[in-house]
Design a protein around this ligand. Structure first.
Ligand code: NDP
Length: 324
């Protein structure tokens, strides 16, 4: 089969489209023919060497596809089932393996809405947005929170999920077009990064926001902490601009008994029940029309390097999808 392989850590150019051995299905696993692949920021961290992985390395965890073979002991899936996953192995490929417990069938009722492309846009950023909105921090109806990179993949979905819970979302985004998209997703206001702390304070009558969801990291962290109200919560969930350097915990005291968490999706999919609950709410939101998926850019699998360049170059909105 053909796959994208990174031979060593480096820039997007290390992603080479290559013939490689076929994936072999083991007990409890599914072999899946890839329909569409979701590109996520984590794959840029892994490719660049920021997050350690063993090379040579086929990136990717998220995809939609059809089951080609079921491993020993798997009874919940049949050959031909349409599935999605955020937890596949090496999904930048024509075929991939996923543990059966980490795959989810596309519900019959969503067969038309969740095209291959849309289905690949849902799992990873959808589950992430769901745990951020429901479990990583607590904000109440009527409170105001700040979401950075409001027109990104996570940003658009998180804004919709929080807004549906009655929370006022304000966002940052780098261009007027991105800010328009963010407002269309439900943000009460979207503004540029410059001076975001002052604008967020103005919008909360000087009080500050209840939660900051920060996936930008290095460039926004300091000002994000200074944007929180007394006992506000900082949810640092990524570093699109780079990792945040070590900081003095006394700043949490000085800032108003703040709290901080650095969550990761895997810790919010701890049981089959938790995974089913999160997917169930996402599917219901899509069916009800309150959650809309946006695929901003698509590329052929062979062009994965261009997809990484676009994501790292801030050229994308919503989801980036590859087609094998
Ligand atoms: P996005 O679609 O949000 O793309 C990243 C966005 O970050 C850009 O479009 C850009 O928006 C903004 N950005 C700000 N500064 C920079 C910079 N210097 N370089 C590049 N981008 C920048 O990506 P995702 O939705 O896939 O991911 C968003 C964040 O969430 C990432 O940090 C990712 O690692 C994290 N994440 C964390 C998970 C977790 O469980 N912890 C799971 C999934 C994602 P703009 O131009 O508007 O500034």
């Amino acid at each position: 089969m053909r796959a994208i392989i990174a031979g060593a850590a480096g820039g997007p150019e290390v992603l080479q489209y290559t013939e490689t051995g076929d994936a072999q299905v083991g007990p409890g696993e599914l072999l899946v023919e890839t329909s569409a692949i979701g590109v996520n920021f984590i794959e840029t961290y892994q490719r660049s060497g920021l997050y350690p992985v063993g090379f040579p390395f086929i990136p990717g965890a998220e995809a939609s596809g059809r089951v080609l073979a079921v491993g020993e002991g798997v009874s919940a899936f049949d050959v031909g089932d349409r599935i999605v996953t955020a937890e596949g192995r090496a999904t930048y490929a024509e075929r991939f393996i996923v543990a059966a417990i980490a795959a989810v069938k596309v519900p019959d009722s969503l067969e038309e809405i969740l095209t291959d492309e849309a289905a690949a846009a849902l799992p990873l950023q959808g589950l992430t947005s769901h745990y951020l909105a429901t479990s990583a921090a607590q904000s109440l109806e009527g409170e105001t929170v700040l979401v950075h990179a409001g027109a990104g993949g996570v940003g658009l979905l998180l804004t919709q999920l929080l807004t549906a819970r009655g929370i006022h979302v304000i966002t940052t985004a780098s261009t007027p077009e991105k800010r328009e998209l963010s407002v269309a997703a439900g943000a009460v206001e979207s503004f540029a990064y410059e001076g975001f702390r002052e604008r967020a304070r103005e919008l909360t009558d000087g009080e500050g926001v209840a939660v900051v969801y920060d996936g930008v990291g290095k460039d926004t962290f300091d000002e994000s902490l200074a944007t929180l109200r007394v006992r506000g919560q900082m949810v640092l969930f990524g570093g699109a601009s780079g990792p945040v350097p070590p900081f003095d915990p006394q700043r949490l005291n000085a800032g108003g008994s703040l709290s901080i968490t650095r969550p990761t999706l895997v810790h919010f999919l701890q049981t089959p029940g938790e995974r089913a609950w999160r997917y169930g709410e996402l599917f219901a939101g899509i069916e009800a029309g309150v959650l809309k998926l946006r695929v901003g850019k698509t590329f052929a699998l062979a062009e994965a390097a261009a997809a990484h360049r676009a994501l790292e170059g801030r050229e994308t909105t919503g989801k980036v999808v590859l087609f094998p």
